[in-house]
Ligand binder design. Structure first.
Ligand SMILES: NC(=O)c1ccc[n+]([C@@H]2O[C@H](COP(=O)([O-])OP(=O)(O)OC[C@H]3O[C@@H](n4cnc5c(N)ncnc54)[C@H](O)[C@@H]3O)[C@@H](O)[C@H]2O)c1
Length: 239
């Protein structure tokens, strides 16, 4: 097992991609905290469900303190929680803008600010941020979401530099999924889904497992010389 004895925090772990990330990390021997607005259903006893809103800084601080007191470390942070509130710019409300920026960017900031110092202290860690292909090439009707996902690519590079100071082997990478079958995308019109498949060289939608496998790679020592990168897991959509 690649992650025996590692402690992992996964935001948005209750369903979709996040739930599969929790399962795969635990399969590789990690103890995993799934932090979400809801409780996940997991078979593996090494996955603990914690109710957490990533926007709530006090809640984040309390949870991270609890984990630190118990284990003295956090090895892996997966900033996966994310929401969409799509609209063309003319129709996008300030509330929709703020909500998406809050969860998808401030949430990432909150968790990383709480956990990165623990990793720096221990001299090792892996942070993995969920971006999106639309953060690379944009999308109509997703001004707020695209801004956050492009922002995640930028802060990943900043943190790769910042957290590798003083000899610390704290790596930060992003994953930019293509179109993945999850509750987030399930309600999209058939036509949109067929169009995405047509544009994808590998001619299929992604599965949560495709993303979780990439997370395991970036969390493990197999990627020990990789930092600051955005790994496209998109069936070739962005080439
Ligand atoms: N599904 C795709 O096609 C796709 C593509 C590119 C990127 N992504 C990104 O991957 C990540 C996971 O997407 P998904 O499709 O599994 O989404 P999803 O909607 O199925 O799951 C997201 C999870 O995040 C949780 N969450 C939302 N707001 C939260 C908050 N404030 N605090 C804590 N948890 C919160 C939800 O409760 C849910 O369990 C997101 O960051 C998303 O932007 C998804």
């Amino acid at each position: 097992m690649k992650l025996e004895g590692k402690i992992a925090v996964v935001t948005g772990g209750a369903r979709g991609i996040g739930a599969e990330i929790c399962n795969k990390l635990a399969e590789q021997g990690a103890i995993v905290y799934s932090c979400d607005l809801g409780v996940g259903e997991f078979q593996n006893d090494n996955i603990k469900s914690e109710i957490l809103n990533v926007v709530d800084r006090e809640g984040v601080a309390n949870l991270v303190q609890k984990i630190k007191e118990k284990y003295g470390k956090v090895d892996i942070l997966v900033n996966n929680a994310g929401i969409t509130k799509d609209a063309l710019i003319q129709k996008m409300t300030e509330e929709a803008w703020d909500a998406v920026i809050d969860v998808n960017l401030k949430g990432v900031f909150n968790l990383t600010q709480a956990i990165a110092p623990i990793m720096m202290e221990n001299g090792i860690g892996s942070i993995i941020n969920l971006s999106s292909v639309v953060g690379v090439y944009g999308n109509i009707g997703q001004t707020n979401y695209v801004a956050t996902k492009a922002g995640v690519i930028g802060l990943t590079k900043a943190w790769a530099k910042e957290f590798a100071r003083k000899g610390a082997k704290v790596r930060t990478n992003a994953i930019a999924p293509g179109f993945i079958k999850t509750p987030m995308t399930v309600d999209l019109p058939e036509k949109v889904i067929a169009g995405m498949i047509e544009k994808t060289p590998l001619k299929r939608l992604g599965e949560s497992e495709d993303i979780a496998n990439a997370v395991v790679f970036l969390a493990s020592d197999d990627s020990s010389f990789i930092t600051g990168q955005t790994l496209g897991v998109d069936g070739g959509l962005t080439i």
